[in-house]
Design a protein around this ligand. Structure first.
Ligand SMILES: [Zn+2]
Length: 115
């Protein structure tokens, strides 16, 4: 299956962690059976009051918007949270916020073990 990742950075706020590592790891672990095209856009979401969004553009295209000032663990955790929403969309299961929240720590620990 085809996995495509595009990262849109704000040059004023370069991500503290390489987002590709997290996104490709998640895809390898959970989305092997799906073709998926993910664009991660770093932007100012302070007005929205959220750390991230996951938008579905088509059957296989997703846009993740992530607050550009996030760093370190919080940044990776938010990215993993939004990738979990991609998984929920692809599997056609409810976009359960509690499940996405619980998945964050589990996947952060699993991801760390691969580093
Ligand atoms: Zn969420």
């Amino acid at each position: 299956m085809v996995h495509s990742v595009e990262i849109v950075r704000n040059p004023l706020y370069p991500p503290s962690e390489p987002p590709e590592d997290v996104v490709y790891w998640f895809m390898g672990e959970y989305l092997e059976n799906y073709s998926v095209d993910v664009t991660v856009v770093h932007m100012d979401l302070t007005d929205e009051g959220v750390d991230g969004w996951c938008l579905r553009e088509s059957d296989y295209e997703f846009i993740i918007q992530i607050e550009e000032s996030l760093e370190g663990k919080h940044y990776k955790q938010t990215l993993l949270h939004e990738m979990y929403h991609v998984l929920q969309h692809l599997m056609n299961i409810p976009r359960c916020e509690m499940c996405a929240h619980l998945s964050e720590q589990i996947n952060l620990d699993r991801f760390k073990d691969t580093m």
